[in-house]
Each structure stands twice: as C-alpha cells, then as structure tokens.
Design a protein around this ligand. Structure first.
Ligand SMILES: [Zn+2]
Length: 101
C-alpha cells in the first residue's frame, strides 16, 4: 500500500483531530520535539525497528502540527521541492557544498 503525504495528514486528522486541536500548536510542538529527540537516540543506539518507529512518530507529529496550523503538507512539499532543489532548481542539487554541506 502506498501512502501519500495527503493520505497521512488525513489519517492523522481522522484519528486525532479533536485531541490535537484541544492541545494546540504550542503543546503539540513540544511533543513533536520530544519525538525528534527520541529519533536522535534511536539513530545512535536503536535497532532498525526502533529507528523505523521513531521516523513514523516524527512524521505523524509533523502532520499533526500541519493540521492544527492549517497547512496542506502535500501542497507545501510539492511547491517547495517538487521542482528539484529550492536553491538551484536542479535534481540532483548542484548548489555549492560550502553553502549547505
Ligand atoms: Zn541545490
């Protein structure tokens, strides 16, 4: 089964929207950052399964933030990255490595 960014955002909305709206952007951002920290730990010391689960959590919390902030993630990603690198507009990127290594 393929899952688009739009599908993910809808799944998160269907599953958690009322809780997410009650928590708000600030509280949700704290949870998001906690999950980013857990991903960091899993990348250093976790098993493949633990890393995969933390990637899923970070993406889910990012989708939650987008939902309550009123951002269409699919449209945002397409607009920014759909035409290649936002800096040089090439795929693969040919930007100077010194600018963003
Ligand atoms: Zn580039």
């Amino acid at each position: 089964m393929s899952l688009s960014v739009r599908d993910l955002q809808q799944i998160i909305r269907d599953t958690y929207d009322s809780k997410d709206r009650r928590r708000g952007v600030e509280g949700t951002f704290m949870w998001f950052m906690e999950e980013v920290g857990e991903l960091s730990a899993a990348l250093r010391n976790g098993t493949d399964a633990e890393r995969a689960a933390e990637f899923a959590d970070v993406l889910a919390w990012l989708a939650t933030l987008a939902n309550i902030a009123g951002i269409d993630l699919d449209a945002a990603v397409r607009a920014k990255y759909g035409g290649g690198c936002p800096g040089c507009r090439q795929t693969p990127c040919v930007c100077d490595q010194a600018a963003k290594p």
